[in-house]
Design a protein around this ligand. Structure first.
Ligand SMILES: Cc1cc2nc3c(=O)[nH]c(=O)nc-3n(C[C@H](O)[C@H](O)[C@H](O)COP(=O)(O)O)c2cc1C
Length: 186
């Protein structure tokens, strides 16, 4: 059976993004069951309604092709980074072609701070909920401490690895159920 396709959206355009590292580690925890595809958002133009005729089609089609989307985001000033909001706005347009609607999604993120992107994730949950995405319940706020990842990029801390494995397992169960339901309805 073909693996369920997960589009991974990292809310950072920073070269050494800790969120991209976390996203890669998460993909490693689920790649036996899920096919992860990293969707690039850093080169999208700044959203402008005047430019909708030149919609970034490749980004849009990558979101449409994904059975579900995993968001791994930093927190900027207690909200989501502008680069991520920009991508979400493009994905929601043009009017009547909101690519987030009905899309299963999961949210996590990491920052060096103690709150581990909690506030940004709550904002993101609100935005995606408004757009009709089916956002998985639960919370995964990850504080990025030295030694969290090993030199191979896998999660070295055993407790965190177990917690994030459960998060990926929950997402895999959600997206597999949603895919079966879609196929049954087709
Ligand atoms: C503009 C800006 C605002 C930030 N605001 C927050 C914040 O509100 N909360 C937080 O925990 N970290 C904040 N940080 C620190 C980020 O957590 C840190 O830069 C982190 O490495 C960003 O993730 P990334 O490496 O994946 O880009 C901020 C960083 C920048 C550049």
């Amino acid at each position: 059976m073909a693996k369920v396709k997960i589009g991974v959206v990292v809310g950072s355009n920073r070269r050494d993004s800790i969120n991209r590292k976390l996203a890669q580690a998460l993909a490693g925890l689920g790649e036996d069951r899920l096919a992860f595809h990293f969707v690039s958002i850093e080169d999208l133009p700044l959203y402008n309604q005047d430019l909708e005729a030149e919609l970034p089609q490749s980004f849009k089609s990558e979101i449409v092709a994904a059975d579900a989307v995993l968001f791994v985001t930093p927190e900027h000033n207690r909200s989501i980074p502008a680069v991520l909001k920009n991508a979400i706005d493009w994905g929601a347009r043009p009017y009547g072609q909101n690519s987030w609607s009905g899309k299963p999604a999961a949210i996590t993120g990491t920052s060096p701070g103690a709150l581990g992107t909690a506030v940004a994730q709550l904002h993101l949950r609100q935005v995606l909920g408004t757009l009709g995405a089916l956002v998985m319940g639960g919370e995964a706020y990850i504080s990025f401490k030295p030694g969290l990842l090993d030199s191979n990029g896998t999660i070295a801390d055993e407790t965190t690895r177990g917690f994030l494995k459960a998060f990926v397992d929950q997402f895999a169960a959600l997206v597999t159920r949603s895919s079966f339901a879609r196929e049954a309805a087709a």
